[in-house]
Design a protein around this ligand. Structure first.
Ligand SMILES: NC(=O)c1ccc[n+]([C@@H]2O[C@H](COP(=O)([O-])OP(=O)(O)OC[C@H]3O[C@@H](n4cnc5c(N)ncnc54)[C@H](OP(=O)(O)O)[C@@H]3O)[C@@H](O)[C@H]2O)c1
Length: 437
């Protein structure tokens, strides 16, 4: 095919669904960088219609009013639209609109982790069937180019692990707790006051958002369908300022880590707080930043780090996807085949996962206590790596013990917790955190 000269090539029509934080950033980037983007896409990118909910809403960007519509047909049934850019968020009607766009032979770019995590396999199959692209770089890690790396650049590898700090809200809260000695509730309040956490922060702090993103990463890394419900999940609400104090004393940082590992015949997929050695690169990713570490048999460890949210970082990923879609259209179909999910390794149940643990207990300050605790742990095949007696509360005649274990099975550890809580010498099982690295 003869090379088309920029400016002479047919314009690629874009239909944008949503003009919020990300939609606004995408529109701004497309407008302000039109010339350079046209050069890179091999021809102009023209916004033909933008779907919103409320035409009268004040917005950070001001497209010509004729482009705005509240009728999805003006985008999905518009003959000038070649690429549908879905930036609505949430499962419905986004899913329905993406399906309609793919069925009508339009390429789709989306930033929607909920739809991708729950319906990605089905949508990829639909795209393959209709020979159109489905691009979703912004669905995980905002501006970090992790999806494209998994889909293209790392294809020569058998990937063995993916570790991610992929929720900025929780990383901001944990960083506050670590640096300022705050407990969870005041750290969350600060994050909400600064707009880093939503009024209802449950999706973030309970680890659901990270679990959706991990489902997408694990699916691509291991070529097998990992659903959100396959991902074991715990949030950050149980963490207390003293856990951070003890972690620091022991040489660890606490992070909400999304972990996907390939093992013999199975994979692990879990999101929960972890103790990470302070000298690990991921332990130093602070504030709202995101990072993903990938390990491959050829490439070894790789670390991607950057802004996981925000209008312009996310627009960086969305607009790059639009350029790829435009090039695919000019070349007459998806240039790169959509990923095949043809590996059948199951996700290992959390009960069978083996990790090390940090355990904080309040116990009676009297002789023989440690022997009783060691016995309960020993009966569950859990061996103790170290025990440190922290605070002693003389009035209550209790002391706080911090126990670090060697690797143990999760179900055995949970049973030990249940039995420890029944011991008369244990006044409280304060907290436990799994240890990685
Ligand atoms: N925000 C980030 O930093 C970020 C980062 C990575 C990925 N993402 C993903 O990007 C997507 C968009 O997020 P966002 O933060 O831009 O959301 P947002 O600010 O809430 O914007 C959503 C936009 O969609 C429109 N909309 C929503 N439902 C609609 C409906 N049923 N019909 C018509 N219009 C509808 C809204 O219209 P009105 O303006 O009229 O209300 C609004 O313009 C989500 O999937 C999100 O997970 C966001």
């Amino acid at each position: 095919m003869a090379r088309q000269r920029p400016g002479r090539a047919k314009s690629i029509g874009l239909g944008i669904l949503g003009l919020g934080v990300v939609g606004g950033g995408v529109y701004r980037a497309l407008s302000q960088k039109a010339a350079v983007l046209a050069e890179r896409a091999g021809g102009p990118l023209t916004v033909e219609a933008i779907l919103v909910r409320d035409l009268k809403k004040g917005r950070a960007v001001q497209p010509p009013p004729r482009l705005l519509t509240t009728d999805p047909k003006d985008v999905l049934g518009n003959p000038r639209v070649d690429v549908v850019v879905e930036l609505l968020g949430g499962e419905q009607p986004a899913l329905e609109y993406i399906q309609e766009a793919l069925r009508s032979g339009r390429h789709v770019v989306t930033a929607n982790k909920d739809v991708l995590a729950k319906h990605g396999a089905q949508l990829l199959a639909l795209g393959r069937e209709r020979d159109v692209g489905l691009q979703f770089e912004a669905s995980v890690g905002g501006g970090i180019p992790i999806i494209g790396s998994l889909l293209h650049d790392l294809l020569a590898n058998n990937l063995t692990a993916v570790y991610g700090i992929i929720n900025g809200t929780t990383n901001y809260i944990l960083t506050k707790m670590a640096r300022e000695g705050l407990d969870f509730a005041p750290a969350l309040k600060q994050a909400q006051d600064l707009g880093y956490a939503e009024a209802d922060p449950s999706h973030d702090i309970q680890g659901t958002d990270a679990a959706y993103k991990l489902a997408i990463l694990a699916t691509l890394a291991f070529h097998t369908q990992v659903r959100p419900e396959d991902v074991y999940r715990e949030g950050i609400e149980r963490l207390a300022s003293r856990d951070f104090r003890y972690a620091q004393e022991l040489g660890y940082a606490i992070k909400l880590l999304a972990i996907a590992k390939a093992e013999e015949g199975a994979i692990q997929a879990r999101v929960h707080p972890v103790f990470l050695p302070q000298d690990y690169p991921l332990a130093k990713v602070d504030g709202v930043f995101n990072a993903v570490q990938v390990e491959g048999d050829l490439v070894g460890p790789l670390l991607f780090q950057g802004q996981g949210a925000g209008a312009l970082p996310t627009a960086s990923a969305v607009v790059a996807d639009i350029i790829h879609a435009a090039k695919d259209i000019r070349q007459g179909g998806p240039a790169t085949p959509l990923p095949l999910l043809n590996d059948s390794r199951p996700v290992r149940p959390m009960a069978e996962v083996r990790t090390r643990y940090y355990l904080r207990l309040s116990v009676s300050d009297q002789p023989g206590v440690l022997a009783q605790i060691a016995q309960v742990l020993g009966e569950q095949q859990i061996s103790i790596a170290s025990v440190i007696q922290k605070e002693v509360y003389e009035e209550a005649q209790t002391a706080e013990l911090v126990i670090m274990t060697h690797k143990a099975r999760e179900d055995a550890f949970q049973e030990a917790l249940r039995r420890l809580a029944l011991l008369s010498v244990v006044s409280e099982v304060g907290n436990y955190v799994r240890v990685e690295g």
